[in-house]
Design a protein around this ligand. Structure first.
Ligand SMILES: [Zn+2]
Length: 135
């Protein structure tokens, strides 16, 4: 594991927390299909549950694009803390004084950004290969 993988994990966890129910299953099926597929399209007989039924790769990608519309396009992850935000952070509030200013932050109340990652939601959820199809 390196800092980038940790950032991807943090972003994925953040996005899945608010994601619609079908998204995680669809992502993992699509990734599987991409590497091992194609899997045949399932009918109601194969899988009576519409939440998990496999619609085929291209239909799955269409559906994933729609689901991703409801998520932020990108998230930002602080490499040190793993904090995830949906807008480009200006700086991180000083955890010691909560922005009031103290010796730790040189009385500024915040720290400059050092290392953070900007990750698209498609990349964080699906990995680079699937992201090419769904973003
Ligand atoms: Zn401070």
């Amino acid at each position: 594991m390196n800092a980038y993988d940790d950032a991807l994990d943090a972003a994925r966890a953040y996005l899945l927390e608010g994601a619609p129910g079908r998204l995680p299953a669809l992502i993992s099926q699509a990734v599987w299909d991409l590497h091992n597929g194609p899997s045949p399209v399932e009918t109601e007989e194969d899988d009576p549950n519409p939440e998990t039924r496999w619609p085929g790769f291209s239909a799955a990608c269409d559906e994933l694009r729609e689901l991703l519309d409801d998520l932020p396009g990108s998230v930002y992850v602080d490499a040190d803390s793993g904090c995830v935000t949906e807008s480009r952070p200006e700086c991180w509030a000083c955890p010691e004084c909560d922005g009031d200013g103290c010796n730790d932050c040189n009385h500024v109340g915040s720290f400059e950004l050092e290392t953070y990652y900007e990750l698209t939601s498609a990349r964080a959820l699906g990995g680079a290969e699937l992201a090419a199809y769904i973003s």
